[in-house]
Design a protein around this ligand. Structure first.
Ligand code: XIL
Length: 381
């Protein structure tokens, strides 16, 4: 058995080797042996739950040949990092921008992946027109409902049967478990969530429908999610899963906290998705382990200690934390449907720019040169 090591072969050769694997795997016995000489996440940890990755247009267009091939070889589910967010896909009321989302969905379908849509209703990366009138005042509840219905049904119907699961509502709660005062909440109150789920269900009754949020290791936030799940059901709408965003750091959350969250959230009968998983090695003053994209800090060199490389001692601590999280996920595999990593390689990770722009971070399963990290290899078979 060999691990991928692109130091020994040219990048171009590797890209050809990787990209030809799906062909090899179906063409003949001899060629199957060749495929199997490479270890993959989907043949390893992917037997316990779907193993997914957030992808970008460079990868799904094939411009990043090596990245595209590595995704196909290693993962069996994908989620779009940005191209389906409201500001990107629906920038004006009468204009959708489909090119990147279409390419994303085609890529996933072509490679037989479990394709996720992210995300339909979110206060961030929201098109500026969505909740206001021409002079910037909040629209009425009926106008907002009509816009939400049109947005959700247009997108979900377009990809019906191909996108298998949707993050219907993203990040509606504050850390204390109460509702975020977003424009959706200001105009529609709590109803905006069940209403969004109802619209998504009507557009694709077979699709899995998720509520996705960060810091769900906080008991207060878990209570908020239980309330949301109940409110969706009381409304006569359908929710199938809860996405636990997992933008974690060396400071936590602890395994105990995540374990409690898994127990509490799965008591709803919803399947759990470990979404947006990454583990930063960088620290922050007052790190909260949240993921509010509006929470940012100014760059200073003291916050970028590993700009050139990551010391072995830190790699080991990172691996130890990752192992503990994956051990927990594995031992709860009956409750967890999918684990999705937020970004293919360290190079592509948003953590290099959030919450401080311009740092060098190491939060994903693959190195900047596309090689698997030591820990990652333990998840492969
Ligand atoms: C992030 C992307 O990774 C960045 O490229 C973008 O600039 C900001 O959004 N929670 C979410 C994701 O649900 O969509 C966010 O993704 C990270 C936090």
């Amino acid at each position: 058995m060999k691990y991928l090591n692109i130091r020994n072969i040219g990048k171009y050769t590797l890209a050809i080797m990787l990209s030809s694997m799906s062909f090899f795997s179906t063409s003949s016995c001899t060629q199957n042996k060749k495929t199997e000489s490479f270890l993959s996440l989907k043949n390893g940890i992917g037997k316990d739950f779907l193993i997914g990755v957030a992808v970008n247009p460079n990868e799904t267009s094939g411009r990043d040949t090596i990245g595209a091939a590595l995704i196909v070889q290693q993962f069996n589910s994908i989620v779009p990092e940005n191209c389906m967010k409201c500001a990107v896909i629906h920038p004006e009321e009468n204009r959708y921008s489909w090119a990147r989302a279409d390419q994303y969905v085609s890529f996933g379908v072509k490679h037989h992946m479990f394709v996720i849509g992210h995300c339909l209703i979110w206060h961030s990366q929201l098109a500026p027109w969505f909740c206001v009138d021409s002079i910037g005042r909040n629209v009425s509840s009926s106008v907002l409902k009509q816009r939400m219905k049109s947005h959700i049904s247009t997108i979900v119907s377009r990809y019906k049967g191909r996108v298998k699961g949707w993050d219907v509502v993203n990040e509606a709660l504050l850390d204390d478990g109460t509702y975020r005062n977003s424009k959706f909440y200001q105009i529609l109150g709590e109803e905006f969530i069940p209403y969004a789920f109802k619209c998504a269900h009507e557009a694709d009754p077979q699709a899995e429908l998720y509520y996705n949020d960060y810091s769900l290791f906080l008991p207060s936030k878990q209570h908020g999610v239980l309330h949301i799940v109940k409110s969706i059901r009381d409304y006569g709408a359908r929710i199938t899963g809860i996405g636990m965003q997992s933008h974690y750091s060396m400071e936590g959350p602890s395994i105990f906290q995540v374990h409690k969250a898994i127990d509490t959230l799965s008591s709803t009968g919803c399947k759990l998705m470990i979404t947006e998983f990454d583990l930063t090695v960088l620290s922050l003053p007052n790190e909260l382990n949240g993921a509010g994209i509006e929470q940012t800090e100014k760059y200073s060199m003291q916050y970028n200690p590993y700009a050139k490389s990551l010391p072995d001692s830190i790699k080991q601590v990172w691996s130890k934390h990752m192992k503990a999280y994956f051990d927990l996920y594995r031992s709860n595999k009956s409750k967890i449907e999918r684990v999705t990593i937020w970004g293919l390689t360290d190079n592509y990770s948003w953590r290099n720019n959030w919450p401080i722009s311009g740092r060098t971070d190491y939060p994903t399963l693959f190195n900047r040169d596309y090689t698997a990290k030591q820990f990652t290899k333990t998840l492969m078979r």
